[in-house]
Design a protein around this ligand. Structure first.
Ligand code: ATP
Ligand code: BTN
Length: 250
C-alpha cells in the first residue's frame, strides 16, 4: 500500500504499517483536522466493530481504512450515511466484477457471508458541522484461526486479495468520494432505491435485536428514504431506526 492510491486531489491519503484502530486515530485528531483524510493501516491490532465489539483482520487478507469527512449542519444530516456508504462500496465492488448484497443497516455480504463492515463515529467539528469518521473493514481472505475466533464464516475473495492494493483502494475510494458528495447534496433519498436493489434479505422473516433482546419480528421490505428498515409485522408495517440493533434471519 502506498499513497499512490490517491485519486482525489482534495483528499490526503496516509498509510501506516500498523496501528490499533484507524477510526480511533482519526477521531483523536478530529479537533485539529482541516481537510478530509484517509488513513489506511496495513495491520490493525485493536480494530473496532459496531456496538463495542472488536474487528479482527490480518495484513495479508484484509483492507482496513477510515475516512474523516466533515459535514455541514448537525448529526441529523448524517441519517442513512452508513447505508449510503454500503451502496457506494457495493457499486465500486460491482465495477470490479464482484456481486454483493446489503444487510441492514451496514453490512456488505458476499454469498451470505460478511465481506465488509462499516463503522461510523462522529465528533463535533470546532469550525462548525460534524466530523464523521467512516471506518471500513474488508475481509478478503481470512486466516482460519481468525475465522474461528470470529465464530462464523466470513467472505473469501482470494483474487481480490491478490489484486494490487493501491488499485483496489483507489477504486473503492473513487466510489466513496463521489457518494459522499452526492449524500451531502441529496441525503439518503438519492441512495434508497439503489440500496433496495441489493437488499440481501428482501422478503425474509427477520428479527431485530438489541443486545440479544428481540424488539421486532417481521418480513423485511427494504428501506425508506431515511434509511429505516421497513418491516411487515403482525401489527402492520413499521419503520425501524438503525441504532445499535442487529438483524437475524429466521
Ligand atoms: P452487525 O451487528 O454489524 O450486523 P452481526 O451482529 O450480524 O453484525 P455477525 O456477523 O453475526 O454480527 O457476527 C460477527 C461478529 O464478529 C460481530 O460481532 C463482528 O463485529 C465480529 N467480527 C470481528 N471481526 C470480524 C470480521 N473481520 N468480519 C466479520 N465479523 C467480524
Ligand atoms: C462492524 O462491526 O461491522 C464494523 C466494522 C468496521 C471495521 C473497520 S476496519 C477500519 C476501521 N477501524 C476500526 O477500528 N474499525 C473500522
Amino acid at each position: 500500500l502506498s499513497t499512490a492510491a490517491q485519486s482525489d486531489p482534495d483528499l490526503a491519503v496516509e498509510v501506516v504499517e500498523e496501528t490499533g484502530s484507524t477510526n480511533a486515530d482519526l477521531l483523536a485528531r478530529a479537533a485539529t483536522l482541516a481537510a478530509p483524510v484517509l488513513l489506511v493501516a496495513r495491520n490493525q491490532t485493536a480494530g473496532r466493530g459496531r456496538a463495542g465489539r472488536s474487528w479482527l483482520s490480518s495484513s495479508e487478507g484484509s483492507l482496513t481504512f477510515s475516512l474523516a469527512w466533515r459535514f455541514e449542519g448537525g448529526l441529523a444530516r448524517l441519517t442513512g450515511l452508513p447505508l449510503a456508504i454500503g451502496v457506494a462500496l457495493a457499486e465500486a465492488l460491482e465495477r470490479l466484477g464482484v456481486q454483493v448484497g446489503l444487510k441492514w443497516p451496514n453490512d456488505v455480504l458476499r454469498d451470505g457471508d460478511k465481506l465488509a463492515g462499516i463503522l461510523i463515529e462522529t465528533q463535533a467539528a470546532p469550525s462548525g458541522g460534524v466530523w464523521a469518521v467512516i471506518g471500513i473493514g474488508l475481509n478478503l481472505v481470512m486466516p482460519d484461526e481468525l475465522e474461528a475466533q470470529i465464530g462464523r464464516s466470513v467472505a473469501s475473495l482470494p483474487w481480490l486479495a491478490r489484486m494490487d492494493r493501491d488499485a483496489l483502494l483507489a477504486a473503492l475510494l473513487d466510489g466513496l468520494a463521489g457518494a459522499l458528495r452526492e449524500f451531502e447534496r441529496a441525503g439518503f433519498g438519492a441512495f434508497a432505491a439503489r440500496w433496495n436493489l441489493r437488499h440481501a434479505w428482501q422478503g425474509e422473516t427477520v428479527t431485530v435485536l438489541d443486545r440479544g433482546t428481540v424488539l421486532h419480528e417481521g418480513s423485511a421490505a427494504g428501506v425508506d428514504d431515511a434509511g429505516r428498515l421497513l418491516l411487515d409485522t403482525q401489527e402492520g408495517r413499521i419503520a425501524v431506526l438503525a441504532g445499535d440493533v442487529s438483524l437475524r434471519v429466521k
